[in-house]
Write a protein that binds this ligand. Structure first.
Ligand code: C2E
Ligand code: CA
Ligand code: CA
Length: 449
């Protein structure tokens, strides 16, 4: 079987400009689609599969920012050269986006070979690039899909490769993922959840529950973290670690978060004044400059004192656009809202962030707390975090405390705040009110005695 199409080199012809990427000289998206279209026609009578893939450069944008646009262009040219040099006479490569390339392997008949070939491309792209007298490094992620039957068209084939690429990027850098049926099922399920969630948000059906945060030494509740809960009519209870990421990806997080903050502050304003409300913000909200204003509007409307509000953000939230995050954080702090760094110790942490940003509080991730009794490294890490917080003047809350011994060990190390099933699971508004009544009644009896 011979492919009638050439390799990734420039082919001259009158129509060529419309099919060529001017920066790299590779074919562009149109040429790529055209080639795949023609190969599909050619394979109509032929059972042999073929492979397509999309290569996405990881972290190209920071390099572009760091070295400048011209250097960025130069790196893209080097990437294009490496890719086209690695194609054989049947295969071809095109530039299909700013930092995205696509390849077509007419003679690759299996997923294993597609994966092997893609890994080789990643390897080739990961060698250092010359940028003047400096060098830069890049990694790449690849999503592949195979054409098997006459039913498919170019769009569906490429969109499968995109789905696979999405999974590759999600699982870390420098990965290859080949599209499978299960991904399609997962994608369908995500879409079902997305649609149900849109409806639920519009109908105001997502509720905040509240989990106590305590002063470990005085064994006293000092505030609550709001945690989203949603039970759909058809899907049943959907967990927040499932629907929150979908809300983020599909652009529902803004309205969802506003609904939750409104409900949470309406509940929390009935609590004793000394109790704070801690509210989670998603990473994508720190890229959106409306976030700060939306929060202040809601506080205005519900009459909740901003000084009783804490916002929890993660390191991931600070990474994608630090300048934007900093502005939002600055605006919130200006009205007295406190800011906590959530899940500390699990993300792509950079201690440098703690120097650039001022946080009022740090929450030590459950992963360390759950192993504090068995595991020496966890103990050392917690002690180091506590020493650092003390030096930087930050409060600390240890998350996920389930056993009395964990709590006493943390107190012994000097940890002031705690949260976890030991002190209470998240409860709805009414359950929280009952919890407070009991707690305060117990305190009154204790103080009277
Ligand atoms: P998170 O912010 O780290 O919240 C703490 C999670 O740990 C909650 O899970 C809580 O129920 C759970 N947890 C608390 N104590 C314990 C314990 O002692 N043991 C164990 N095993 N787990 C404990 P949940 O409610 O399922 O929420 C999961 C994640 O979803 C949250 O992690 C947060 O990242 C996200 N999330 C929840 N609600 C919201 C929200 O309103 N907005 C945003 N942006 N994210 C939310
Ligand atoms: Ca949190
Ligand atoms: Ca957390």
């Amino acid at each position: 079987m011979q492919s009638p199409f050439g390799s990734g080199q420039i082919v001259s012809g009158t129509n060529d400009l419309a099919f060529t990427d001017p920066l790299t000289g590779l074919g562009n998206l149109r040429r790529f689609f055209d080639k795949v279209d023609r190969l599909i026609v050619e394979r109509a009578e032929d059972p042999a599969p073929f492979a397509v893939g999309i290569i996405d450069l990881d972290g190209f944008k920071p390099i572009n920012d760091l070295f400048g646009r011209k250097a960025g262009d130069n790196i893209l040219q080097q990437v294009a050269m490496r890719l086209s040099a690695s194609m054989d006479q049947h295969s071809s490569v095109a530039r299909v986006g700013a930092d995205e390339f696509a390849f077509l392997y007419p003679m690759v008949f299996s997923e294993d070979v597609a994966r092997e070939q893609a890994l080789m491309l990643i390897e080739i792209l990961s060698a250092p690039y010359d940028v003047g007298d400096r060098t830069a490094r890049l990694s790449a992620s690849v999503g592949c899909s195979l054409f098997y039957s006459g039913e498919e068209n170019t769009e569906t084939l490429v969109s499968k490769a995109e789905t696979a690429l999405y999974h590759a990027k999600r699982s870390g850098r420098g990965r290859v993922v080949v599209y499978t049926r299960e991904m399609e099922e997962a994608a369908k399920r995500m879409t079902r959840i997305e649609q149900a969630l849109r409806r639920a948000v519009a109908a105001g059906e997502v509720e905040p529950h509240f989990q106590p945060i305590v002063d470990l030494r005085r064994k006293q509740v000092i505030g609550f973290e709001a945690l989203a809960r949603w039970t759909d009519r058809d899907l049943g209870a959907v967990r927040p670690d499932v629907f929150i990421p979908i809300a983020e990806e599909r652009g529902i997080i803004g309205p969802l978060s506003q609904l939750l903050l409104r409900k949470a502050t309406e509940t929390a304003r009935n609590w004793p004044d000394e109790l704070f409300l801690s509210f989670n913000l998603s990473p994508s909200q720190l890229v959106d400059q409306n976030t700060g204003r939306d929060i202040l509007d809601i506080l205005d409307r519900t009459g909740f004192d901003p000084r009783r509000l804490e916002i929890e953000i993660t390191e991931t939230g600070l990474m994608s656009d630090p300048a934007s995050a900093e502005k939002i954080v600055h605006d919130l702090r200006a009205v007295g809202i406190r800011v906590s760094l959530d899940d500390f110790g699990t993300g792509q942490s950079s201690l440098g962030r703690l120097r650039e940003f001022h946080f009022d509080k740090l929450k030590i991730d459950r992963a360390f707390v759950s192993s504090i009794l068995e595991d020496r490294p966890s103990e050392h890490i917690i002690r180091a975090i506590l020493a650092m917080c003390e030096g930087l003047g930050m409060d600390v809350v240890a998350e996920g405390i389930e056993h009395e011994e964990q709590a006493s060990r943390l107190v012994q190390f000097g940890c002031g705040g705690g949260q976890g099933y030991l002190f209470g699971k998240p409860r709805d508004a009414e359950g929280t009110m009952n919890y407070l009544r009991e707690t305060y009644r117990a305190m009154a009896t204790w103080q009277d005695a």
